[in-house]
Design a protein around this ligand. Structure first.
Ligand SMILES: O=C(O)c1ccccc1NCC(=O)[C@H](O)[C@H](O)COP(=O)(O)O
Length: 217
């Protein structure tokens, strides 16, 4: 086997985040099938909103080396502090209208969602959020996120320096193609692995993860 560089991607394995987990059982299924991270949504209008107590219970059952990500939409700083203290997330995810200062004030690693609306300059956005560990690229939709909508992937510039987390309307039937086309660092899914809003389907999680692994071959 040759050890010369090739055009293959810089990483061999696309990371997978299953977002909008509301039940211990769903977190365990995600981990069991090989997810790298689970997302807990703190946004009361969402059907996937969890209380701090619920989130803590779920986080305590997540096995080692599976990251817990807590997602906020324009949350009050005191509330974010409470979640950091009680849930101990590996990462914060800001999915609303937060400024760079809103994201960095906790001194905690974070990822920032870019809602891919018409006219968004992603390179400018990336430079404003240079301290973000990754950019989550999601469809722009009413309700901020989790709407199962795909955006136009051709609007992602090739030269974004951040690791990219592809999100928005992914499911087992389109994620293989998405990964082969874009080679993101990670993929993030919610609606595409659900049985109903906020309730994940073990079978759909398994199929989604198998489709990601197929793309990594
Ligand atoms: O999931 C929600 O209800 C939600 C509400 C408000 C902001 C963000 C939200 N979810 C964000 C996510 O990380 C989803 O995984 C992402 O938007 C993709 O969702 P989907 O298109 O349903 O796979």
């Amino acid at each position: 086997m040759s050890d010369t560089p090739s055009s293959s991607p810089a990483h061999a394995r696309t990371r997978i985040k299953i977002c909008g987990i509301t039940r211990v059982q769903d977190a365990q299924d995600a981990a069991r099938f090989g997810a790298d991270a689970i997302g807990l949504v703190f946004y009361p209008p969402s059907a996937r909103h969890v209380s701090v107590a619920q989130a803590r219970e779920i986080a305590l059952t997540v096995p080692p080396f599976v990251s817990v990500v807590t997602l906020f939409v324009n949350a009050a700083p005191d509330f974010v502090e409470q979640v950091i203290d009680q849930v101990r997330p590996a990462l914060l995810q800001f999915h609303g209208d937060e400024t760079p200062e809103d994201c960095t004030r906790y001194g905690h690693p974070y990822i920032r969602a870019a809602r891919m609306r018409e006219g968004l300059d992603l390179l400018d956005f990336a430079s404003r959020f240079s301290t973000s560990q990754a950019l989550v690229m999601d469809a722009d939709q009413p309700g901020y996120g989790g709407g199962g909508e795909v955006f136009d992937w051709s609007r992602i510039p090739a030269n974004v320096a951040h690791p990219l987390v592809l999100s928005g309307g992914l499911h087992a039937a389109n994620v293989t193609h998405a990964i082969r086309q874009l080679r993101p660092w990670a993929v993030d899914v919610s609606s595409g692995v659900e049985a109903s809003k906020g309730i994940k389907s073990a079978q759909r999680i398994a199929e989604f993860i198998a489709a990601v692994r197929a793309a990594d071959q």
